[in-house]
Ligand binder design. Structure first.
Ligand code: G4P
Length: 530
């Protein structure tokens, strides 16, 4: 096996998907703790008070600041190098969250035992399904009274369409939580409720070990009944089914009490897929780029403005798809068709940034730039290729931008173009007037854009509501029909930042009627970048 293949095979690149409050932050801290990346839990990000003040810029700034050091966390565990990609913590959906999921090979789903499958989890699962991303499930907060475990599994199966295979099973819950039984190891892990105990946990081997009945009574009998039910249902763990995203192994625990996290991490690192091939367009058609290819390739899935806006310095997050990145190496931007020198690329460790020496498939590197790199850009050692599958999402919220000082139109346009390249917002320019309409997936995005226009581009602007319900990219193979469509609908058409034509529907009814009237026109909801 080549060095690249060997290194790639050890990478596990993943993100956590969950509904706010299920315990993503807590679990992230504990994963880092078990991975030895941090000494003390509690360093990942500001707590509640900061996170809810979403309209307060201080909070935004803090979020940006903090998330830049923790957007990607790398730590070794067992024989693996684990890359955990953080998705923004605030309650709004943002396109960053979606795109981050295009850069991972698998995901960890955290569910609150009392709440089950919640709205945001459903939405994130839809995104995972686009690429058949394998999912490991952690049911959290077993130290609190929750719903019966069988109910929870049933809900995951029905709502998310994933078959569940429990790997651990709870012995009691809430005040009576006594631990979990590991079905594959045939071993009990007992819970002491002591947050500080990371290593010594009492274990008992064997489902029928002597003394269990006396010690745990009815709780033990219930566990035996449930295990029997599970075995009858034949929900055995099959690696292929998990890797095909049809089955999810399920672990139970309590993140805040460090309980069940080590078992989760052991299962996760053993089963989660290493970097997979990635689909790319080439001048001759398309090809699958394999991670063990000699030559370096990668794509940018996220861009973040740096801590110091005065320098307008940005960090582009690039996922390595093949080959190896070495410090100081010239890499070729396929879009610009030229080399980009990145002498100071960064690799991400927990709460720390280090200059990267080498990065392998599955790793994320940060590239400093001043606006030369856009989301969706592909990089190589010279080959012309474009990775596919980094989507632009049709936004769900719209605002018209009103400039306070009309003489600043040039700065406004420049700012908006750059911010849209970063993926902070989408910009639409109607074809019949000089309006500028912004689109976003989450409302917080507008606050960020308004603040940054003022702060970085010295442009004061007001955003006002606009009669747009949804946006669809439009295209057609029939040129004559497309022209007719354009002529009849010019009042609702605009160009996006990349010059693509977009239909701005005033309502769901309007969209449906227009669709029916022009059956030869395709109304597209997600578009590839570029
Ligand atoms: P999030 O990132 O998914 O939004 O969740 P986060 O980890 O911030 O956890 C949300 C709340 O749930 C926090 O409490 C956290 O302490 C609690 N929590 C996480 N894991 C467990 C667990 O295993 N058991 C119990 N009982 N609680 C858990 P909070 O009071 O809302 O916030 P804080 O003041 O503790 O930060």
């Amino acid at each position: 096996m080549s060095v690249i293949a060997e290194r790639a095979a050890r990478r596990r690149t993943f993100a956590i998907i969950s509904h706010p409050d299920a315990g993503k932050t807590t679990l992230t801290e504990k994963l880092l703790l078990f991975g030895g990346a941090i000494q003390l839990a509690g360093t990942v990000k500001g707590r509640k008070a900061d996170r809810h003040a979403t309209s307060d810029w201080m909070a935004l700034e803090q979020q940006r600041g903090i998330s830049i050091t923790t957007s990607v966390m790398q730590f070794p565990y067992n024989d693996c190098i684990v890359n955990l990609l953080d998705t923004p913590g605030h309650e709004d959906f943002s396109e960053d969250t979606y795109r981050t999921l295009t850069a991972v090979d698998s995901a960890l789903m955290v569910i609150d035992a009392a709440k089950g499958v919640e709205a945001r989890t459903i939405k994130l699962m839809e995104v995972c399904r686009l690429r058949d991303t394998p999912i490991v499930t952690f049911v959290n907060k077993l130290d609190r009274e929750g719903r019966p475990p069988l109910d929870l599994l049933d809900e995951v199966e029905k709502v998310l369409g994933l078959q569940c295979t429990p790997i651990t099973w709870p012995l009691g819950m809430g005040r009576d939580f006594k631990g979990v039984y590991h079905l594959l190891e045939d071993r009990f892990y007992l819970y002491s409720g002591d947050k500080h105990r990371v290593s010594e946990i009492e274990t008992i081997d064997g489902l029928s070990a002597p003394g269990l009945e006396e010690r745990f009574g009815a709780l033990y009998r219930q566990l035996r009944d449930e295990i029997e039910l599970l075995q009858m249902a034949g929900a055995e763990f099959e690696l292929d089914e998990y890797r095909a995203a049809r089955l999810t192994p399920v672990f139970f625990g309590s993140a805040i009490n460090n309980f069940g996290v080590r078992e989760l991490l052991n299962g996760f690192t053993a089963w989660a897929p290493p970097p997979q091939f990635r689909h790319a367009r080439t001048p001759d058609g398309e090809r699958d780029v394999q991670p063990d290819e000699d030559k370096f390739t990668g794509f940018v899935f996220k861009i973040q403005a740096n801590m110091d806006p005065k320098h307008r310095d940005r960090v582009a997050f690039l996922r390595v798809c093949s080959g190896v990145y070495r410090k100081g190496m010239d890499i070729h931007s396929v879009r610009l068709d030229g080399p980009v020198r990145v002498s100071n690329a960064l690799v991400f460790m927990a709460a720390d940034r280090e200059a990267v020496e080498e990065a392998y498939p599955g790793d994320i590197i940060g590239l400093h730039n001043h606006g030369t790199i856009s989301i969706g850009d592909s990089f190589s050692e010279g080959e012309t290729l474009g990775f596919t599958g980094i989507p632009n999402f049709a936004p769900e919220l719209f605002r018209r931008v009103i400039l306070k000082d009309p003489l600043k139109a040039k700065q406004l346009n420049k700012g908006l173009d750059q911010l849209s390249e970063e993926g902070a917002t989408q910009v639409y320019r109607p074809i019949i007037n000089n309006d500028i309409i912004l689109g976003a997936v989450g409302v917080l995005q507008f606050d960020v854009v308004q603040y940054r226009l003022r702060d970085e581009y010295k442009v004061e602007s007001v955003f006002e509501p606009v009669q747009v319900h949804t946006a669809r990219w439009v295209e057609s193979d029939d040129e004559r029909k497309f022209r007719e469509f354009r002529d009849k609908n010019d009042a609702r058409l605009a160009h996006d930042h990349y010059g693509q034509l977009v239909y701005l529907a005033s309502s769901a009814v309007n969209l449906n009627m227009t669709r029916e009237r022009f059956p030869d026109v395709r109304f597209v909801e997600t578009r590839e970048h570029g």
